[in-house]
Design a protein around this ligand. Sequence first.
Ligand SMILES: NC(=O)c1ccc[n+]([C@@H]2O[C@H](COP(=O)([O-])OP(=O)(O)OC[C@H]3O[C@@H](n4cnc5c(N)ncnc54)[C@H](OP(=O)(O)O)[C@@H]3O)[C@@H](O)[C@H]2O)c1
Length: 250
Amino acid sequence: MSKNHKKIWITGASSGIGKAVAEKFASEGWIVAVSARRKEILHDMAKHENISSYPLDVVNEETCVNTFQNILSEFGDIDLCIFCSGTYDPKKEKEIDIKQSKFVMNVNYFGVLNCVKAVEKYFKKKKEGHISIVSSIAGYRGLPNSSGYGPSKAALNNFAESIYFDFKKHNIRVSIISPGFIKTPLTDKNDFPMPFLRSVEFAAQKIYIGLTKSNSFEIHFPKQLTLILKFLRLLPYKIYLYLIYKLYKR
Ligand SMILES: NC(=O)c1ccc[n+]([C@@H]2O[C@H](COP(=O)([O-])OP(=O)(O)OC[C@H]3O[C@@H](n4cnc5c(N)ncnc54)[C@H](OP(=O)(O)O)[C@@H]3O)[C@@H](O)[C@H]2O)c1
């Protein structure tokens, strides 16, 4: 394994945004470890000389630790981790579904926690590293029909802000990625028009630039949508709830 190239671990890499990001980093010369549950897709991706496959279910805490140790022993080092695994089923979000909410929280929130925990000691000992968490604009504020997915992403945002301080002391960068609507198998399930829908290649380019050429805490895109949502985030409840309800009723 080359010592001259930077090395990255990406979860949720078998599909959509994670897959496109893995391919982008590999095409830029990074050495890439890809993880997700679907082994066949990962093995197929590993035909690229810079990509290696490490199948993983992020809900299993022990497997996350072991997978990272396997990556480390083969790669010798890791510079950047992007935790992108996530799940969403819009049909099950229309009413409160406790079983589904627990499942979504387990994958989207605890799955990421398991991965962060797996790399924490290594980065702290090394006094260097970068952890990037793929969250969502759905985590900014409460939105209609998002009683499971939205809270899982809001929790991730709060978690990332929280560990930012402790990890910074150890010279570890923590960042979050907040995509708007990106066309993937996940959003293909939506039955409503998605404003400013973008491709996975667009997302991968924004993420690559944001993680390698800037130092910001949050990478968000497309700006046409995220800036509106950021403005809505600042509004007092009375105005925010009124505006979103008006849009929702239409
Ligand atoms: N698309 C969007 O518009 C959008 C917007 C905002 C945020 N996001 C976030 O972006 C991330 C990627 O979403 P996407 O749109 O690219 O969806 P996607 O195509 O469905 O990809 C989801 C990825 O997560 C993996 N995954 C799911 N459960 C897992 C588990 N238990 N263990 C390991 N991997 C698991 C899937 O792989 P396996 O099934 O092979 O395990 C797949 O690689 C998610 O966190 C999502 O919430 C997406």
